[in-house]
Design a protein around this ligand. Structure first.
Ligand code: HEM
Ligand SMILES: [Cu+2]
Length: 656
């Protein structure tokens, strides 16, 4: 009996590595700490009522941001473990197997569980406020999206201590990801973690498209919409076209692994290249899904801190949409070396280069917006400056990679690693940071400390270049990606050591940001104006943090920068427009179903990972029961009475 328990446990829990035992202890301690704090301060009902069941887009946005910053921490620790291993030749800090697992979890976590949720967090925090809406179109669905992401991410992260991590790379190419080469459960965690959260992403895409198309304030025609909302629309259109491809691809891989089909194995008539085409038909648009909203953020920040209208509004919109469409026709640039021939390669090389044109249009528009503006450089604008420099250089190296014959040299080398980190960190992460710093006061009612923020900015930037510039060189010298170590004779060690130092500088920069947040919570003054930066769009016209219902009166819009124009009117001393009387506001009720249903998905996924139907089937029954329960629930909304709105507004304005 004891022996069989021991045998089960040694297969079930990941064992044998001191790093993992350390992590086990840390996880258990953190769980105990969280549970005790919640119990001691009697916060369980508060947690359930105010957060876990909330359908308020602002709170869902905050939860997305917190979760994604935790994931940035985990992905960052993975990155630093790899950089430590690569710092010196012939290092044995990580075994090759462990290294494989870490680059896989690092890549998946950074893209799917850090960049995506941080982006969704910003969508939630900003879009309804910016277009003058009370919430998103489908608040219940919005909460379901969040919890599907959350439990999908939990399932994926669990593989670290239970069952074993996936280790076939962030896109899990077959044959490596097939049963024959990966008989463990890591790939199944990969499939189900991503499937579950991917469904959430698809629903968010639908939700925000409908929100933007249907819920704009009266008078806000499409071409008067703020640029961030446009960028969200372009990103969400890309999501709804691309994510179904991912879902199907992973479903086929699951069928291969679970039922022994041969979609992607050569025996039985399948073909691994089919998987690689499919996954990149999602994967390339995916990188544009995460960068497009970044472009929107930059456009907002540049206009605000140049005190000017955004230059070239229509060309910006056109560029966003062009990029969204073209992103679907470039996928094969990820495997020019596959042997599909010169004609195919030329098509994909040219389509890739074409994307540089609308991207260039955007960069020039930002620069022209600043030209002759009254430009100031608080932290959000600093991040934008860092982004423009870094993203342009990263984009240029992308154009180099798109030259198909040259790519035979660059492919899967550290040159590629440097390129995509430059656009992902210098583009995606920097722009989201700009957005986070910019909208932070709107969300929490106080600014972040500028001084510590500037330290963090410079450390991130210096760390970035120190880390990734040497990688271009070492890539051209022949170092390939996904190698866990190298010898003295390669001549790569100097560059790698420098690169590792840069990685740790970025780690320190992240710690500065944590300190910045904690310090600001304690010491920063409350923003009583609702408009700390001199903003241009509707979100700055209401108090910070926004009241539960956002706008007491639905705003009526007649220009592109409605709040800016309103402020000008007030400066000129024009009489404010007559306001209609307040009316009761129709709001959605909280619901526990999204949380419970997503947890049931988690159980189903966990059961399928271990092939334990006694967990999977109840999980699926739970999902179905939640759907039924929600279908027959008619008690989903309520009205906020006028006197309560008056009290809330008076309290918020009283602070002004
Ligand atoms: C602190 C900054 C970061 C450092 C030092 C870092 C470092 C690394 C390293 C050492 C690798 C493995 C290279 C290899 O052996 O092939 C890697 C891979 C990767 N990284 Fe990062 N990274 C960072 C941030 C990010 C961010 C922010 C993202 C995405 C938003 C990202 C996405 C990826 C992806 C997709 C891979 C490929 C994984 C694979 O080969 O399957 N990284 N990174
Ligand atoms: Cu691509």
């Amino acid at each position: 009996m004891w022996d069989s328990i021991k045998e089960f446990a040694s297969g079930f829990f990941v064992t044998g590595d001191p790093l993992i035992y350390g992590a086990d202890v840390a996880i258990v301690m953190t769980l105990i700490a969280v549970v005790s704090v919640l119990t001691y301060f009697k916060r369980w009902t508060w947690l359930w009522r105010e957060w876990l069941t909330t359908v308020d887009h602002k709170r869902i946005g905050i939860m997305y941001v917190i979760a994604s910053l935790l994931m940035l921490f985990r992905g960052g620790v993975d990155a630093l473990l790899m950089r430590t291993q690569l710092a010196v030749p012939n290092n044995d800090f990580l075994t090759p197997e462990h290294y494989n697992a870490i680059f896989t979890t690092h890549g998946v976590i950074m893209i799917l569980f850090m960049a995506m949720p941080l982006m969704f967090g910003l969508f939630n925090l900003v879009v309804p406020l910016q277009i003058g809406a009370r919430d998103v179109a489908f608040p219940f669905l919005n909460s379901l999206s969040f919890w599907l992401f959350f439990w999908g991410a939990m399932l994926f992260n669990m593989s670290f201590v239970i069952g074993g991590s996936p280790d076939a790379g962030w896109l899990s190419y077959p044959p490596l990801s097939e049963m024959s080469h990966s008989p463990g459960v890591g790939q199944d965690f990969y499939i189900w973690g991503i499937q579950i959260s991917g469904i959430g992403s698809l629903m968010t895409g639908i939700n925000f498209i409908v929100t933007i198309l249907k819920m704009r304030a009266p008078g806000m025609k499409l071409f008067k919409m703020p640029m961030f909302s446009w960028s969200v629309l372009s990103s969400c259109l890309t999501i709804i076209m691309a994510f179904p491809i991912l879902t199907v691809t992973l479903a086929l891989l699951f069928i291969d692994r679970y039922f022994g089909a041969h979609f992607f194995t050569l025996d039985g008539g399948g073909n691994p290249m089919m998987y690689i085409n499919l996954i990149w038909m999602w994967g390339h648009p995916e990188v544009y899904i995460v960068i497009l909203p970044g472009f929107g953020i930059v456009s907002e920040v540049v206009a605000t801190f140049s005190r000017k209208r955004l230059f070239g509004y229509k060309s910006m919109v056109f560029a966003l949409m062009c990029i969204a469409v073209f992103s679907f026709f470039t996928w094969a640039h990820h495997f020019f070396t596959m042997g599909s021939g010169a004609d195919v390669n030329i098509f994909f090389a040219i389509s890739t280069m074409i994307i540089a044109i609308p991207t260039g249009v955007k960069v020039f528009n930002w620069i022209f917006t600043m030209y002759r503006g009254r430009v100031s450089f608080p932290t959000p604008m600093l991040w934008v400056m860092g982004l423009i420099l870094c993203f342009v250089v990263g984009g240029m190296t992308g154009v180099m990679l798109s030259v198909a014959p040259a790519d035979f040299q660059f492919h899967n080398s550290y040159f590629l690693i440097a390129h995509f980190h430059q656009v992902l960190i210098g583009g995606v992460v920097f722009s989201y940071f700009a957005g986070l710093y910019y909208w932070w006061p709107k969300v929490f009612g106080f600014k972040l400390n500028e001084k510590i923020g500037k330290w963090a900015f410079w450390l991130w930037n210096i760390g970035f270049y120190v880390c990734f510039m040497p990688q271009y060189a070492v890539g051209l010298m022949g170092m390939t990606r996904r190698v866990s170590t190298y010898g003295w004779d390669t001549g790569w060690w100097g560059m790698n050591l420098v690169s590792t130092i840069g990685g740790f500088i970025m780690g320190i920069a992240f710690l500065f940001q944590v300190w910045q947040i904690l310090h600001s919570i304690k010491f920063m003054e409350r923003d009583t104006t609702g408009d700390p930066w001199g903003g241009r769009t509707l979100e700055w016209s209401i108090p910070s943090p926004a009241p539960h219902y956002n706008f007491a009166l639905t705003p009526i819009v007649d220009g592109r920068d409605p709040w800016w124009e309103e402020k000008l009117r007030r400066e000129r001393g024009e009489a404010p427009k007559a306001q209609p009387p307040l009316e009761p506001i129709h709001m959605p009720k909280n619901s526990g179903i999204p949380f419970i249903m997503s947890f049931c998905w988690f159980l189903a996924g966990f059961g399928l990972v271990f092939n334990w139907l006694w967990i999977a089937i109840p999980g699926f029954i739970g999902v179905a029961a939640c759907m039924l329960a929600h279908s027959f629930n008619y008690n989903t909304d309520y009205y906020i009475p006028v006197d309560e709105i008056e009290r809330t507004e008076a309290a918020a304005r009283g602070a002004v």
